[in-house]
Design a protein around this ligand. Structure first.
Ligand code: HSE
Length: 403
């Protein structure tokens, strides 16, 4: 057998504890899959914890990184401050890093991947997108011979849960949020989830894997979250034959790639229509494979740990020969404003003025409001026409982009 791989887990919250549990419970399975012994050696945390037998709990990262048996650091701290410093320290020493930290990957990922490469180490982050559902590695391996042209995903479980509750029980957004809080389905500060920033980070990471774009495109992705939606938007979507989902959309366009995160109307029959509750789903279109769908648990202790351990096994198999690929020029990020879209709209007041201002294809009258489907037009034009209509006293919700 080849050299053993010692692992240190930094940050033993929900996800880190999952990695500890999995490495302890499935040590033999993991070692067999890796072709060498893989063992947990350190837990790095300031909390008083009860480590499994043979594992050292410490606050001293330098001591951990100086141990020649430690080949991989699992960074499950989260955030982009301490996690960044720890990741840099490990990579500079040639110690590979695996992580679920989408914020760090979407802000510093390009730099950290380059640092890993310079030092003969790996920086892998399968767990950062869709938790336990493998999406990045299939894109980079099984589907790598395709030209990936499009991806559409429900990549945030908390918001999908909120939308499902609003849809099924007619709950208002604040009521659904309160319920999700009680169940521990949203973070203490839910802003990143409900404003769409978490989905935007995941889209930047997916686009990098699918189109080869820069991870740092993240802030340029047009983003609208779900906090301005009401239960009446759900009724509007239903009347038009679909359901509201927070969609992360990316596509290859002439001269680059474009993407948005936005509430969308997903029609019945679309593979993402039945992705409900905390589940994630991702549809990828490749020029040869056609449409492929990924589905499963996008968060949680053991599902996320499963993705981290998958990365660990990949590193353990190929530790001595990290694959360095020739880099193509990353596609430019193009604003989605000139893309042609269709939208569904809830119109509470002023349907006639709305129809004068915005080209409309279909109207359904509902109790106290109309559900409207617009004709296709550039996104920029749609938003401008809606602003103009609102100026004339039309009361309408945010547009739901048609998938
Ligand atoms: N808050 C995230 C979600 C956690 O709900 O999807 C997993 O990335």
């Amino acid at each position: 057998m080849r050299d053993k791989i010692g692992v240190a887990v930094a940050g033993c919250g929900v996800v880190g504890s999952g990695v500890v549990e999995m490495l302890t419970r499935n040590r033999q399975i993991i070692s067999r899959a890796a072709g060498r012994e893989v063992f947990l050696k350190y837990m790095v945390d300031i909390k008083k914890l009860d480590p499994p037998e043979g594992v050292t709990l410490t606050q001293d990262l330098d001591q951990v990184l100086a141990d020649p048996q430690v080949k991989v650091l699992a960074e499950t701290i989260g955030g982009a401050r301490i996690a960044y410093a720890y990741t840099r320290k490990a990579l500079e020493k040639g110690i590979s890093v695996i992580t679920s930290n989408k914020e760090l990957v979407a802000t510093k990922g390009d730099e950290l991947k380059a640092l890993a490469e310079q030092n003969g180490a790996w920086y892998l982050y399968e767990a950062a997108v869709c938790g336990g559902v493998p999406v990045l590695r299939p894109l980079k391996t099984c589907l790598a011979g395709n030209r990936i042209t499009r991806l559409d995903g429900i990549v945030n479980g908390s918001t999908n849960y909120l939308l499902t509750r609003m849809e099924q029980s007619g709950l208002s957004f604040p009521a659904a949020l309160g319920e999700a809080r009680d169940l521990g389905y949203v973070e203490a500060d839910p802003a990143a989830d409900i404003e769409g920033w978490d989905a935007r980070r995941k889209l930047a990471i997916l686009a990098n894997a699918a189109f080869g774009s820069n991870l740092s495109d993240d802030p340029a992705i047009a983003t609208e979250g779900i906090s301005r939606l009401t239960a009446r938007d759900m009724a509007c979507a239903r009347a038009l034959g679909g359901a509201v989902k927070l969609i992360a959309h990316g596509e290859l366009v002439e001269n680059g790639w474009t993407g948005w995160v936005h509430p969308a109307l997903v029609p019945q029959g679309h593979p993402l229509y039945d992705v409900k509750d905390v589940f994630n789903g991702l549809c990828v279109t490749g020029d040869c494979v056609g449409q492929v769908m990924f589905y499963g648990r996008g968060a949680g202790m053991l599902p996320t740990a499963s993705a981290l351990v998958g990365d660990l096994i990949e590193i353990a198999r190929d530790l001595e020969s990290p694959l360095i690929l020739e880099k193509a020029q990353p596609p430019r990020m193009i604003s989605p404003m000139s893309r042609t879209v269709q939208a569904a709209l809830r119109v509470e007041e002023g349907i006639l003025s709305l129809c004068e201002a915005v080209p409309v294809e279909h109207v359904v009258s509902l109790e106290g409001m109309n559900a409207v489907r617009t004709r296709p037009m550039p996104l920029e034009q749609l938003l401008a026409k809606l602003d103009a209509a609102r100026g004339l006293g039309v009361q309408t919700g945010i547009p739901l982009l048609l998938l």
